[in-house]
Design a protein around this ligand. Structure first.
Ligand code: PAF
Length: 285
């Protein structure tokens, strides 16, 4: 397993391998790898000749009041996970390698980015699309793998890749969950014991909403029912609870075949997001 810090060096190395006909599968991450990341790596391993993992805690992805400095960075453990999952190259740039001191270019997606997390964290997706575009330009992937937990992020990156014609196939991998249903996230380590006990209520509320929708409940009341279920479980800081068209993240209508039920809450200082996909035929996706 080779480790690169320098964007030019990894780009050159990959470019040479691609000239020899090798395909590249890419898993971009911010590190603190857990089973969800391992699942992405396993899926990606089967998709390309070369498996590239990036570990970059993107400073621009954290607002002034957010958790950049305390975000976990267990590099040694991450490299062990990478090795176990047979990663060929790990890209761990420093912030200065990706952002020149006078950098002034951004990539912004202006539609799917607006609602949900984009409404609560203005500008968030602009920095995600910017860094992912940079990573795609450096790693030159044929396929790239993202988790369903960040469903809006996936849709935004999918739209960006389509609009800017990145020659990359995007793959969304189902959310990895703890035994009690809590979606795996590097931020779960911040939860106190009491918060961790409360957190599975998020997935329970999503599953209940899915069941209601499948049984024909009115879509326009689903959000308030989820909020009520969360509050009953002791979760009061709810950023959003929404049922949207899975295709374009617009308000769900009776004609949509696939829906996404998405929730963001804050438990103490920790922000958690999760979602579930629902097929109108009544089957889970
Ligand atoms: O999902 C993440 O870990 C990050 O948002 C990503 C895609 C690696 C960009 O920094």
């Amino acid at each position: 397993m080779k480790i690169f810090k320098d964007p030019k060096k990894i780009q050159q190395h990959i470019s040479n391998l691609k000239k020899r006909g090798k395909t590249v599968a890419f898993v971009p991450t911010m590190g603190a790898l857990h089973e969800g990341h391992a699942a992405l790596l396993r899926k990606a391993r089967t998709a390309g000749d070369i498996l590239v993992l990036s570990i970059f805690v993107n400073p621009l992805q954290f607002g002034p009041a957010e958790d950049f400095s305390r975000y976990p960075r267990p590099l040694k453990n991450d490299l062990a996970v990478a090795k176990k999952e047979k990663v060929d190259m790990v890209f761990t740039p420093a912030a200065a390698d990706l952002y020149a001191a006078d950098h002034s270019t951004h990539v912004a997606e202006d539609d799917l980015s607006r609602g949900l997390c984009g409404a609560v964290r203005p500008g968030h997706f602009r920095v995600v699309t910017t860094v992912v575009a940079k990573l795609f330009n450096i790693v030159l992937p044929d396929s790239a793998f993202f988790g369903q937990k960040d469903y809006q992020q996936y849709k935004v990156i999918e739209r960006m890749s389509r609009d800017l014609r990145f020659p990359v196939r995007l793959v969304m991998v189902p959310t990895a969950r703890e035994k009690d249903g809590l979606a795996m996230s590097s931020r779960n380590t911040y939860l106190s014991t009491a918060e961790r006990e409360t957190a599975p209520a998020i997935y329970q509320a999503l599953c209940a909403a899915k069941k209601d929708i499948e049984e024909g409940a009115a879509l326009n009341r689903a959000g308030s029912r989820i909020r009520a279920a969360l509050r009953k479980s002791g979760i009061r800081a709810i950023d959003y609870a929404a049922v949207l068209s899975a295709a374009d993240l617009k308000a769900a209508s009776q004609t949509d075949k696939k829906l996404v039920v998405a929730v963001a809450v804050r438990l103490g200082k920790t922000r958690l997001i999760d979602n579930i996909l629902v097929k109108r035929s009544g089957k889970n996706i």
